[in-house]
Design a protein around this ligand. Structure first.
Ligand code: NDP
Length: 471
């Protein structure tokens, strides 16, 4: 049983003001795995005050001082990777191989990317007689979701620290354990008092206290659209900068090249990774109508072969994070069937033999782009296959969505892939599995307004000052 009832404020582990706690449930077996303290607005006040006190010195620290801290954090992070992975499996059900693989790899990757970006980042430029200076924005409230918990925290905390900001992190209740370990890592690395603070608790309490706080200069939020909208409203009275990374319904286009139907299998496997709880998941698989039957058979076969089970074992897919998430995904599966979409793999209920735990069958539907399952973010292992009649049709379907976080284009004709990429209204277009920690990540349309990852991610934490007549 994990017992995490202290907050990290002003360089120390401190008792919360209140006594309220929350038990957390392991999604693999539905048993209580530990508990956390639920903070109050008073705890947030203390953390913000500490961050405010630390800001003058940290904002004037040298690049070398900040690099030295990030490198110490890297050493501690590497030493605790196993602990982080175990926490991620326990809190949100990612298979051990994924938690110890891609989950922690992403965290370390963002740390490396922040170090690399800081080594050469241009904080000042001359425009004639004017000096334009990029300065840290101030105290940042960082609010993160549970789905890729360490990725979401590291992609905010490290750029904030690298640019000279001080922070108060509000991790999700459902992924409180890995955040706690990250705070231990920062403490062990010697983060100066008040530069990094963490308060656990309910979004409606801690998140709201941060969004409305007069002494918080910006909020960086990753999560659902509805909460993103609420945060913008809450932050409006204090005219904070609000950076939002929200949901998606991303198209995965497979082109009509001879061998690329194999890519259908990769598209299905990547959709099922992390039980489909990935904001940038390619959840609409667009396949040429002329090859649709071939693609359908391959997609069904691939989904049925996904090994689902206890995430501590050798499986490809664990449970979804919670009962609530399980119920949401089940209701979408029922809705897809009710809307007349063709179910070709998976379907309602738990996989056979898994009666306890929030396990969902890897599910594939065939539909057009008009159904709720093709338009709304399900955030579970449910893929919708949609046939297209030519490139123009594929682009039109790809763009026919409220979201614009990511898109995938797989084909042998790279010129064709590039041309399609330019016409899709989304923040990141992945051609043939491309991946890059330095590439800016964020959404068009209702997928948000910010950009994270690498040097581009620094901009969210910087203010621009013009010093005119500088000479
Ligand atoms: P939520 O929006 O419910 O929660 C995200 C965070 O916001 C949690 O820490 C939550 O706290 C907190 N929160 C809840 N209410 C408020 C509030 N009123 N004010 C401030 N903070 C609040 O999302 P989920 O955690 O359920 O994550 C799933 C969603 O996130 C999906 O829609 C997904 O698409 C999106 N997402 C987007 C990503 C992107 O990069 N674009 C990446 C990952 C997810 P708590 O839950 O602890 O109460």
């Amino acid at each position: 049983m994990r017992d995490y009832r202290m907050f990290y404020i002003d360089g120390a582990w401190v008792e919360p003001e209140g006594t309220e706690t929350q038990d957390l449930v392991n999604p693999a077996n539905e048993k209580i795995s530990g508990r956390i303290a639920l903070g109050s607005a008073g705890d947030v006040d203390k953390a913000v005050a500490a961050a405010r006190r630390a800001f003058p010195a940290w904002s004037r620290s040298t690049r070398e001082e900040r690099l030295a801290l990030l490198r110490r954090i890297k050493a501690e992070f590497e030493a605790r990777q196993g602990d982080l992975a175990a926490a991620i499996t326990e809190e949100m059900g990612a298979p051990a191989s994924l938690a110890g693989g891609f989950h922690t790899f992403l965290g370390l990757g963002h740390l490396d990317a922040a170090i690399t970006a800081l080594e050469s980042y241009t904080f000042e430029e001359k425009l004639g007689d004017t000096l334009v200076v990029q300065e840290p924005i101030g105290v940042c409230g960082l609010i993160t979701p549970w789905n890729w918990p360490i990725n979401q925290v590291t992609v905010k905390v490290f750029p904030a620290l690298a640019t000279g900001c001080t922070v108060v992190l509000k991790p999700p209740q459902l992924a409180a354990y890995s955040a706690q370990i990250l705070a231990e890592i920062l403490d062990a690395a010697g983060v100066p008092a008040g530069v990094f603070n963490m308060v656990q608790g309910k979004g409606s309490v801690i998140g709201t206290a941060l969004s409305t706080h007069p002494d918080v200069d910006m909020i960086s939020f990753t999560g659902s659209e509805s909460v993103g909208v609420q945060i913008q409203k809450d932050a409006a009275d204090t005219v904070k900068r609000v950076c939002l990374e929200l949901g998606g319904k991303s198209p995965y286009i497979v082109l009509d090249d001879a061998s690329t139907m194999e890519r259908v299998a990769s598209a299905v496997s990547s959709m099922m990774m992390n039980s489909g709880q990935t904001c940038s998941a390619g959840s609409r698989l667009l396949v040429p109508a002329a090859r649709f039957e071939e693609a359908k058979a391959l997609a069904a076969k691939t989904a049925e072969a996904v090994a689902v089970g206890d995430p501590s074992g050798n499986v490809a897919m664990g449970p979804v994070v919670s009962k609530e998430q399980f119920d949401t995904v089940q209701s979408y599966i029922a809705q897809g069937i009710a809307e007349g979409a063709e179910l070709i793999a998976g379907g309602p209920g738990r996989p056979e033999g898994l009666e306890v735990g929030f396990y969902v069958k890897p599910t594939v539907f065939v539909s057009d782009n008009s159904t709720a399952i093709a338009r709304e973010e399900i955030f579970g292992p449910v893929l919708v296959m949609i046939p297209y009649e030519g490139i123009e049709d594929a682009i039109a379907i790809a763009n026919d969505t409220d979201f614009g976080l990511a898109a995938y284009v797989d084909g042998e004709d790279i010129a064709a892939c590039r041309a399609i990429a330019r016409r899709i209204r989304a923040g990141a277009i992945y051609l043939n599995g491309g991946f890059d920690f330095a590439a800016p990540f964020g959404g068009y349309k209702r997928s948000g307004n910010g950009r994270e990852w690498g040097a581009h991610g620094f901009a969210e934490y910087l203010e621009t000052k013009s010093i005119l007549g500088h000479g």
